[in-house]
Structure formats: structure tokens, C-alpha cells
Design a protein around this ligand. Sequence first.
Ligand code: SF4
Ligand code: SF4
Length: 389
Amino acid sequence: MTAKTRVSIRRCEGYDDNELDEAFVRALHDIGFDSGRFRGARVALKPNLLNASAPDKAVVTNPAFFAAAVRIVKAHGGTPVLVESPAFQSLERVAAKTGYDAIIAAERLEVWDNRSVAVIMNDEARRFKRFEVARPLLEADILFNLPKLKTHAITRLTCAVKNLFGTIPGLAKSRWHMRAGTGDEFPELILDLYGALSAIFSGKRSMLHLVDGIMGMEGDGPGPSGTPRKIGVVLAGTDAVAVDSVAAGLIGLDSANIATISSAAARGLGVGRMEDIEIKGVELLDIAVRDFKVPASRLSSRLRDYVLKMDALRNLWVEKPLPSPDRCTLCYQCRTICPAEAIGTAEDGASVPKYDYTACIRCYCCMEICPEAAIRLEKGKLQRIMDWF
Ligand code: SF4
Ligand code: SF4
């Protein structure tokens, strides 16, 4: 009988250093990861630093969580390197707002300059073979992934697999949205990238995933429009697909409906079925959050692709991003990031930018980066009618 893939769930109620250190040690022990492997290793730490928001908004991997990962790497003689490139703002600005700047300074951390990229290939890719990613990954022995457990308007869940999209520099990520679309192809893009990274971090090199599920995000995630929600756990594993499957179970999502899990498992990129995963630490049922607000999605990604191509159906069936005059400061960050050039200058007297919903591809990049949480998802008329029934 082959051994099951292990995923650890450990309770962690807050971001106290001692509690984090203990949870990390227990979680790594649960999955059989020998921390001695950090000795002499270059370790690329990949948190989620989506944008410049205060840690209590639960948009970013909490800085205390990141600091604990730095500590455990250094305590075992490894060299941590911060690998992250926010979608829009500079890393310096995001680090200053999130509190990462103090950790970078205190630990004298090496930080990826996102102009330094390297090409990696995925010969087994379904759609996209070639990616430009952070160059330090090529020199790293371990990719230590530190995602935040959040909902996501397109993929429904963003956790270990999706967090690795951040190894692509800044605005190039929104251009990928334009290339891949937001239905079937977007999860395949994420998995083609994950496959390329998995090929690099195999053999003597490895990937390790430790999830900040202490304060997660529910509702309209993954940006400031989502709502922080206490979950109180740290998850760990070496298989990102299995980790995500457990994360989905924790918040009441069926992994069969999350393409970055189900399609990954079908491709052999990881284990997606709960019955093939051995959970260590705490029982899933003992800690699952039963009323977690997950994104309501009535369309499969294939149907979504179809509907988005039809002008008459798009606004009826797919949520559109709607800026609020009460919150918008007309900073136009949304216009800069929009890959479809669907956002224009506010018309005379208007206090929000002008949106062209026929050009909008529903990637929700604008919502993710809006610093004022001014953009919410407005359901289409048919969706509202279905909700009513
Ligand atoms: S909607 Fe948000 S990102 Fe866009 S202009 Fe207004 S405040 Fe800025
Ligand atoms: S308007 Fe927003 S959701 Fe639509 S394409 Fe632009 S960034 Fe994406």
C-alpha cells in the first residue's frame, strides 16, 4: 500500500511569536519535513503581498507569520530570500504598509528585485509552456510557500497553488489575465506554472507550503473587498494540491468544484481527493468553519468562458466590478492595472472611473488592488433572480 500524502492542521489562535514557533515545529514534524534540510540551503520565501494593506485586513500573509518562517530557516542555518512582487505597487511601498520592512531590515533579508527574471519551461503544459519568473528561484534549494487562506472571485479559493502566481513580476500578472481569460483557461495557466515550478523543485530541491489560516478571508476576496475571518489554523504540506484540498474542506468548499485542485489532480500534479490525504494534528471536522462565506458561483469555468463571449448574457450572468462613489478617491490604480483597458476617466461630475462592461473580461484585478475597498461585485440580473428562487 502506498503512503498517503500528509497535510498537517495545527491550531494557532494568534500571531504571538511563541505560539507561531510551536505551531510551525509541530506542523513540519507532522508532515515529516526534516528542518535540517534548511542547513546551508537558499530558501525562497514566497508570502502573499497582494497590495499595501494593514495586516488586520487579512489581505497579506501576516508579517509575524512571515517572520516566524524566517526564524525557523535561519535557526537551522538556511539563507532566506524574499520572493514576491505585488500586483501593482512597489514592494517597498507594500512592505512599509504591511510591516514587512521592519523584518527585512532586522533580518537583513535578501529581497528579489522584480526586474530580475528567468525563463522557465513546462514541457508537460496544457496551454502555456513558457514563463518569466523570479530569477532567485533558479538558485534556491527550497521554495517555502507562505500563502494566506482566502476566497477568490474567479478560482473561489486562493491558497498554496494560486499563491505561486506571484512568482511572476508585478503587472505581468494582469497581462496574463488578458491572455488566459477568466474561465477555463485561467486555472490551467496557474497549473501550467505550478507544473513548471514543480519540475524545478524536485529531487534534491523541494517545495514546502505553510498556510496562514489564522485570520483568513471570506466573501469577495482576495483583495480589500473581502472580509477577515478568524479560522485559527496553520496548515502544512509538501503537496500544494493536497494542502489546498484540506483548506477548501476547512471552509466548506468542495474541491471537486475548484479547478486548481480537481484539474491538478487529473494532471497528476498532486493529490486532490480527501480520502487519499492523511491529516495529522487536528481533525478537520473538529475545526471546520461551517458558516464561512464562500464566493457564490453558479457557472462552471467552461460555462463562464462561453457566457463572457456573449454580450447579451455577460451582464446578466457574471458579476461585474462596481466602484462605489462613497469610497472611491479617483486614484486610478484600477485603470492602470486593467488588462482590458475597460476603465476610463470619470465623466463630468462623476466620482468614480467610467467602466466599459462590454470590454471588461471580469478578471477582478481592479477589485483586488483598489486601496479603498471601493469595488464590490454586483450580481447579474439572472443571478439575482436565481438567488431569489
Ligand atoms: S475604484 Fe478604487 S482603484 Fe479605482 S479609482 Fe476608485 S479608489 Fe482608485
Ligand atoms: S474592469 Fe476590472 S474586472 Fe474588468 S477587465 Fe478591467 S480589471 Fe478586470
